[in-house]
Design a protein. Structure first.
Length: 462
């Protein structure tokens, strides 16, 4: 039997102890396969996705060989988006919390440049960032990578999808030849293979077969005759399942926006997530979806990749994905963290061959099911449980979740159970509360004080 205990690896005792205090009892599949070659200093290409435990796989690798006494950049992790970079940095800080004095810095686009220079001047061991901004720092010589020992490309396929190829080339050129390169990617298009050949030395391939257990994610397929029926089918499936959190995958930004507009007109609580959104709107959309104030997120593959939300009940493929790996990746957004999920895929005659390919992969014959009865269309869409309040203050004003919770639940306030997720950004914060108490919650926050002062608060309307 393969040993799944972290203690079977030659990790520093500090790291091991911390893993057990974090409650990481067993290695995940990707960790089991990739950690031995990573710790042996080899270049590794790993097929993995968010939720597989990939961050700890490369994170432990780089922490194991980090020399804290040397205050220069030893590891660089490149991520496609700021959200992913933030998640990765958070996970690495967690893994490193027993190592004294370690400095992990995020450098992402969309954030002011000046403070990043200041932080770099103070020195850092590990940098997590997006390619465009890292390239800019290199060009301005505010970042130096001449002591780099580990380079990680996280969600490499997505970085390429987002047009970061030339930034990646420029960055890699400035790293020492003698380095360990780890490449994590959900899919392996030809472009990734060619990058790997160029920048890696005899890489070890690690692939965890994504066996989406059909008892966890129940898949349904529906054939539609034309685009009009496709839209009706989506409407019917949403009414039939009526879940709190659904992601609908579209092939293009335009389609995502059009569908979101259409569903909104029908009374659904929905927003589109695609690459044309400004960072602040993107953050707000994700927050409102994660805190259950928005029930249906209409997303393109590119925009949804970094998304890490546990409780998605339903995934709908408005068009069946262009290839099997993308399909598996999409539906893997549901049925996570021990809960069951449903995935519904719509396809036309022209898309039938993709369904056949998927059937080969899943080793089963896929047949179209009958759509729910049109009578359902008389039913109004379900409403979300929660609503979001936007507070005009954040980390910079030293606001913490406890302050907001305290203000809401204080004297004559609402109960703790009526408060949902709280997300704090630099200069603003969001708090979700039950729809039924939105007015008293607003009143309480507006009239009360947070950190001794008044903030502007408003309800974000759907
Ligand atoms: P990732 O795929 O890196 O985004 O990780 C998904 C989540 O799994 C993160 O919240 C980690 O904290 C958690 N995690 C990673 N490795 C383990 C493990 N071996 N046991 C339990 N949880 C883990």
């Amino acid at each position: 039997m393969t040993d799944t205990a972290f203690s079977s690896l030659k990790l520093h005792t500090d790291l091991l102890k911390n893993l057990s205090s974090l409650g990481y009892e067993k290695m995940t599949a990707i960790q089991m396969q990739s950690l031995p070659p990573i710790l042996a200093g080899k270049d590794v290409i790993a097929q993995s996705k968010t939720g597989s435990g990939k961050t700890a796989a490369f994170g432990l690798g780089l922490l194991q060989k980090l020399e804290v006494k040397h205050f220069y950049v030893q590891s660089l992790i490149l991520c496609p988006t700021r959200e992913l970079a933030d998640q990765v940095a958070k996970e690495i800080r967690k893994l490193a919390r027993t190592i004294h004095n370690i400095k992990v810095l995020t450098l992402c686009g969309g954030m002011p440049f000046g403070p990043q220079i200041g932080s770099l001047e103070h020195g850092a061991h590990i940098i997590v960032g997006t390619p465009g901004r890292i390239e800019e720092h290199l060009r301005k010589a505010t970042l130096k990578l001449n002591h780099l020992t580990t380079l990680v490309l996280d969600e490499a396929d997505r970085m390429l999808d987002m047009g970061f190829q030339s930034a990646l080339d420029a960055i890699i050129e400035q790293t020492p030849q003698q380095r360990q390169t780890l490449l994590f990617s959900a899919t392996f298009p030809a472009q990734i293979k060619s990058i790997a050949t160029k920048i890696m030395l005899e890489p070890v391939m690690v692939q965890v077969t994504s066996s989406h257990d059909e008892s966890i994610i129940k898949q349904h397929f529906y054939k539609v005759n034309d685009e009009k029926q496709r839209l009706t089918a989506l409407h019917l499936l949403l009414l039939q399942h009526n879940p709190q959190s659904t992601v609908v995958f579209c092939n293009t930004k335009r389609e995502a926006q059009q569908i979101a507009d259409h569903l909104s007109d029908l009374g659904f609580s929905t927003l589109a997530l695609h690459g044309d959104l400004e960072q602040r709107d993107r953050d707000q959309t994700l927050v409102r979806f994660a805190n259950k104030s928005i029930s249906v997120l209409i997303a393109t593959d590119v925009a949804a990749r970094g998304l890490d939300i546990d409780a998605i009940n339903l995934v709908i493929n408005y068009h069946i994905a262009r290839d099997t790996e993308v399909h598996i990746h999409r539906i893997g957004r549901t049925g996570r963290a021990g809960s069951k999920g449903i995935a519904c895929s719509l396809y036309s005659d022209k898309e039938h061959y993709k369904v056949a390919l998927l059937g080969d992969y899943l080793n089963r014959i896929i047949e179209s099911e009958t759509l729910p009865t049109l009578k359902l269309l008389d039913q109004p869409p379900g409403k979300p449980l929660m609503a979001t309040l936007l507070i005009d203050g954040g980390k910079k004003q030293k606001l913490r979740p406890g302050d907001i919770l305290g203000a809401l639940t204080g004297k004559n306030g609402i109960t703790g159970k009526q408060v949902g997720k709280i997300h704090i950004f630099d200069n603003h914060a969001y708090v979700a509360v039950k729809q039924s108490v939105i007015k008293p919650a607003l009143k309480k926050l507006t009239e009360g004080k947070l950190k001794g002062r008044s903030f502007r608060v408003r309800i974000i309307r759907a």
